[in-house]
Design a protein around this ligand. Structure first.
Ligand SMILES: O=C1C[C@@](O)(C(=O)O)C[C@@H](O)[C@@H]1O
Length: 236
């Protein structure tokens, strides 16, 4: 029940949230070793990267006994920075057994139709589903980004996330403009690369809801350590 409550509250948060990414078993162990105070200081949400964790659902579940921090489940498509299978069925098989632990699930917008059964099951359990778009090379033009954002609601999703590589300050300006607008669904937006860190602060201030940082090793260029990010977000 606490997860159900946090699930609906998360997308209504009036402050930007810090997400601590757990991409490997060592970071999962690290998280499990933290005290409640350390967890609270580290982040507001944990993201379990099931595609790179490569642990059985039982092992993940065992490591999260007593965990009270809202959980975001991700099984990333290889075309968007993930490891493992391109088949939706393979990613559904990673996500489905852990849905009861989740507050949120992240699926790629490109997979929204194939993942429909999982989306419906998650939403039926009170878990919100975020549709995501990643580009590790560049930041596409406004039309592409806007298209991604506008696709999410008719596709039955609850939130949108955009993560792109920033090659110059014009790319960042484009993300700032987009994030500052009012959208039908809550938007999380972040840059990667040398401008990644600065983007994650300014975009949070402009309305980006979920802002990712690392707990063990960084898994994307431009992340802050999650505890530092949480601290900085509170000071903005
Ligand atoms: O999509 C994202 C954002 C991210 O790539 C980042 O840039 O911090 C980190 C990933 O784990 C997460 O799924």
């Amino acid at each position: 029940m606490p997860q159900l409550l946090s699930s609906s509250n998360l997308l209504l948060s009036s402050r930007p949230l810090a997400v601590g990414v757990i991409p490997d078993p060592a970071t999962l162990d690290l998280w499990a070793s933290y005290s409640l105070e350390q967890k609270t200081a580290a982040c507001d949400v944990i993201e379990l990267r099931l595609d790179t964790l490569q642990l059985s659902a039982e092992k993940v579940r065992a490591a999260l006994v007593g965990n009270q921090t809202p959980v975001l489940l991700t099984a990333r498509h290889p075309a968007e920075g993930g490891q493992g299978t391109v088949e939706a069925a393979g990613r559904i098989a990673l996500l489905e057994p852990l849905l009861d632990l989740a507050a949120l699930v992240d699926i790629e917008l490109r997979s929204a139709m194939e993942m429909r059964p999982l989306v419906q099951k998650a939403q039926g359990m009170g878990v919100r589903v975020m549709g995501s778009f990643h580009d590790f090379q560049t930041t596409p033009g406004e039309e592409v980004l806007r298209g991604a954002i506008n696709f999410a609601q008719p596709a039955g999703l609850d939130a949108v996330k955009i993560a792109t590589f920033l090659n110059n300050s014009t790319d960042l300006t484009r993300l700032i403009a987009l994030t500052s607008e009012v959208h039908r669904l809550r938007l999380s937006c972040m840059g990667m690369g040398p401008l990644g860190r600065v983007s994650r602060l300014v975009l949070a201030k402009c309305g980006s809801l979920l802002n990712y940082g690392y707990l063990g090793e960084s898994n994307a260029p431009g992340q802050w350590p999650a505890p530092r990010l949480k601290e900085l977000l509170a000071e903005l």
